[in-house]
Design a protein around this ligand. Sequence first.
Ligand code: RI2
Length: 333
Amino acid sequence: MRLPEEIFRIADDIRTMRIRGAGRIARAAASGLALVAEKYETNNRDELKDALLEAARILVSTRPTAVSLPNAIRFVVVRALNAYEQGADVNELRETIKTSAEDFIANSRTAVERIAEFGARRIRDGDRVMTHCHSTAAVSVLLKAWEQGKRFEVFSTETRPRFQGRITAALLADAGIPVTMIVDSAARYFMESIDAVIVGADAVAANGAVVNKIGTSAIALAAHEARVNFFVAAETYKFSPETMLGTLITIEERDPTEVVDKEYLEQHPKVRVRNPAFDVTPPEYIDIIITERGVIPPQGALMILREEFGWFTRANLPDFLMGAPGPAHVAGY
Ligand code: RI2
């Protein structure tokens, strides 16, 4: 039996970034696994388990950096494998997969709401706030603060090469928040007039380093230099349990045609273009990480990991779900 077509479509949408943002790709992957439970035709529990693992393998390989993706998949797979080992029949297994996926999605939405509440307390009347890329978690903090009646303005970088900053600026402007879009390289130029920077995260390592959209670490450095607070808004499923075992986080490098068009590449074959999608901000440049469990200093990352993912170090998962290192990695211990 072939997996439901939708799984391949979701995988393709994540790979091509039609579905993007660490939280959204995690929820999309969980919904993909739920589709296996709903649509994969079999009366055999072994076949259903194998189909689940095959879908997990396809979905987890779509983008390498955002740890929310393997964390969402592990959330479902660990529960399903436990049920399987305890003798669940095919229908019970289906139910476990489906409810686990639904739980992950519901929890992740609640997490963003709680982050908005906690983070909004850090935004003050009259602030000038800078943000980078488009993070649902970071934007929800700003929207919540505005909803609470605080009045501030936002500087949003355009975020080369995919221009996710345009999404952020439009969302904030639609909510009535004064927003100014700047080119990424103007971040330091404006930093002296900024009161706080808030960004999202694709992964948080055990040492509190944050992996986020390329350019984040340069903005953090400029903020550090100007003594401007640097906040990260990240749900706990963006914390990387692999890094507790010393595995480094893979940095995705995307196609050069996201940076320059094909024509340019053909005309200038000697020009080499590199396109890393993320970079690493060391904990020294981060003041706080706002999670749904509360606000922590980056040095508290290990505590969150031990509480949320303590089981990971003892887990008996297939290798592809244990964060086998990729070709290019940084961060971690
Ligand atoms: P939320 C995005 O990655 C950005 O780096 C953003 O800061 C991060 O995911 C977190 O996004 P991409 O998918 O989960 O645009 O807060 O490469 O929406």
